[in-house]
Design a protein around this ligand. Structure first.
Ligand code: SAH
Length: 256
């Protein structure tokens, strides 16, 4: 049996209880060493076989799993954040399906949630944006044309860019050329929830300079949108005194 587990954004206590318990029981752990906190491996039992997948290719990862299966062992495949976001899990699962190997998935706290938390930020502010676009700039991996930075920016929604910290100049230039104001608030969050975390709030125009000044070109998220300012929003309907919900009868505050 193989358990795909989301490790969370960094801090070792941000894994789920289920994820931690699976680590505790695992015979073999394959973890994404580039961004999974090695402290999580302290939860592993004595004698657990541990592999860092940042040094392995897909075939090598699969071979470790196949060997574990032959020996009737349980494998935990530990991915950064939540494995559904840029986790490259499907390609592993398809091979496991072909081999008739069972697996399941345990979610994790994605870094885009970790980054919002370290900024005490709400992505979906009423009157500002009610959507979050999770995306990346194209690089060695292509992005479909309809999901280009330009196309997605036309929505004016809060945008979270993964895998783009090495291209802040290109990202900022392209967004501004696409019509996004150069004064749009922006956040650069490096290694959110890790002990060496760094976070900066600036404008879209300043972003490349801020990244350069602090030598940030990887392991960071870029958040772009008015929501980053965390101001100018409308109060929620959910908690408005006048608003009736399925759980609470509202009173119209303007009524005498
Ligand atoms: N599955 C992961 C994302 C993997 S892609 C998740 O849900 O978070 C790797 C990219 O995620 C990095 O290049 C960076 O953009 C982002 N990332 C992962 N952990 C991060 C962290 N703690 N702080 C900031 N960005 C992070």
């Amino acid at each position: 049996m193989v358990h795909f587990v989301g490790a969370g954004p960094g801090a070792a206590d941000l894994i789920t209880i289920r994820g931690k318990e699976l680590i505790e029981k695992a015979d073999v752990i394959i973890y994404a060493g580039s961004l999974v906190n090695p402290k999580l491996l302290d939860y592993a039992q004595k004698g657990c076989e541990i592999h860092d997948s940042s040094r392995l290719d897909l075939d090598e990862v699969i071979n470790i799993i196949l060997k574990a299966e032959q020996d009737n062992k349980t494998t935990v495949r530990l991915h950064t954040g939540d494995s559904s976001i840029y986790g490259a899990t499907r390609e592993q699962m398809d091979i496991l399906d072909r081999k008739g190997i069972e697996y399941d998935t345990t979610p994790g706290v994605s870094s885009f949630c970790g980054a919002a938390a370290v900024l005490n930020m709400e992505y979906t502010l009423p009157g500002i944006s009610q959507s979050v676009i999770i995306t990346r700039i194209d690089g060695r991996t292509g992005v479909p044309e309809r999901e280009s930075v330009e196309a997605l920016s036309s929505h004016g929604a809060t945008m979270v860019f993964f895998l783009s910290a090495g291209q802040t100049k290109r990202l900022s230039d392209r967004l501004i050329s696409a019509g996004v104001s150069k004064d749009t608030p922006c956040a650069l969050v490096y290694r959110a929830t890790w002990p060496d975390e760094q976070k900066y709030v600036c404008t879209l125009e300043q972003l490349p300079q801020v990244a350069k000044e602090h030598n940030i070109d990887r392991q960071a998220l870029i958040i772009v949108g008015q929501a980053v300012a965390q101001s100018g929003y409308e109060l929620s309907k959910l908690y408005a005194p006048s608003f009736t919900t399925g759980y609470r009868k509202g009173k119209d505050v303007y009524e005498k």
